[in-house]
Design a protein around this ligand. Structure first.
Ligand code: HEC
Length: 212
């Protein structure tokens, strides 16, 4: 009959689509990736770096920064921009709640620690991005710093801004959140050599036990 809908076919069709997509998008990737080990060169986050990662999440850095340089076949510009080789699953072994990101309003940060290892630069850039990158559209995060009249006190982590941005008589001191965040940024370094295929990544990096 024209216009008649066969409910049974409809339900079976829907179930088949759900089953096939679960298999392809959840089960197969899980089976492929579950045994992948962290590369020996990748260190777990220290407490300070892990706290910095929380600050990164809470301030929404991920809305503008990805952490996934792509394969030159898909995105030839990524490597040319100096963002590093294409990342692999093993690079994220310690990332509980990944921060791959989808937006690239700013540069990819997976290797920012290798590209920019200076604490001074990172602190100053968070305090005022325009002091380092004229015309930068990255927001400043002044609430991560304390502006104090007079000289620094012992133990203060002082922000050394470029001369044009220094305020006379004011010392800018980084809060613990700022220092932790910068420790996290400096830890982002996946420039070690990688295993290219999933099969290769399943082999362990640990030295084999000496033969008896
Ligand atoms: C509104 C978008 C936006 C947000 C939110 C944002 N950024 Fe940025 N970021 C940018 C842009 C654009 C640049 C490039 C210009 C510059 O260096 O300031 C940049 C550059 C950077 C750089 C230097 C990258 C390089 O390759 O030199 C670092 C590090 C950085 N951002 C860290 C952060 C952190 C940490 C946060 C969160 C606290 C954050 N950004 C939030 C847009 C953003």
């Amino acid at each position: 009959m024209a216009g008649h809908i066969d409910e049974k076919k409809l339900v079976i069709g829907a179930l088949v689509i759900i089953a096939v997509s679960s298999l392809a998008l959840v089960i197969m990737p899980y089976v492929q990736l579950k045994h992948i080990e962290a590369p020996a060169a990748l260190k777990p986050y220290t407490d300070v770096q892990a706290k910095g990662r929380q600050v990164y999440m809470s301030l929404g850095c991920v809305y503008c920064h990805s952490q996934q340089p792509r394969d030159p076949k898909f995105a030839p510009a990524d490597e040319k921009r100096g963002w590093g080789r294409a990342s692999t699953a093993a690079d994220y072994a310690y990332d509980q709640v990944h921060l791959l990101g989808t937006m690239r309003t700013g540069p990819d940060l997976l290797n920012i620690g290798a590209r920019q290892p200076s604490q001074d630069w990172h602190l100053g850039h968070l305090y005022q991005p325009r002091a380092y990158m004229p015309g930068s559209i990255m927001p400043a995060f002044p609430f991560l710093f304390i502006e104090r009249k007079g000289a620094a006190k012992p133990g203060d982590v002082v922000v050394n801004l470029p001369p044009d941005y220094k305020k006379p008589g004011i010392t800018i001191v980084a809060t613990t959140d700022a220092v932790n965040l910068v420790e996290y940024l400096k830890s982002l370094d996946r420039t070690y050599p990688i295993k290219k295929t999933i099969a290769e990544s399943l082999t362990t990096d640990k030295p084999a036990a000496a033969a008896k």
